[in-house]
Design a protein around this ligand. Structure first.
Ligand SMILES: [Zn+2]
Length: 95
């Protein structure tokens, strides 16, 4: 003990903080991931304009997350597949 005492306490404090930070990050990782599929609506709520993958870089403003089954269903009901992210290809559906 002696001179190094304060530094050791500081290191321990930093280690604690780092552990808490790591736990925060692990908690964030446990949150549900971004949706895999998106459906884009038109101005009319009932008008579906496109199906997107969750990775689409241009999904439009009025999208909502849907399940894979819902995305397949939409494509089968003539909702167009986005031409940028090709969800029909990702889902194995022939357009
Ligand atoms: Zn798209």
């Amino acid at each position: 003990m002696g001179v190094g005492c304060g530094a050791a306490r500081t290191r321990r404090w930093i280690a604690d903080e780092e552990r808490r930070e790591a736990e925060r990050r692990a908690g964030a990782a446990r949150r549900p991931p971004a949706p895999e599929w998106l459906i884009e609506r038109g101005l009319d709520r009932n008008n579906l304009v496109a199906v997107h993958t969750g990775e689409c870089w241009d999904p439009g403003k009025r999208v909502r997350p849907v399940t894979r089954a819902q995305a397949i269903e939409a494509l089968r009901h003539q909702v167009p597949a986005c031409s940028k992210c090709r969800p029909d290809t990702a889902l194995g559906i022939e357009a």
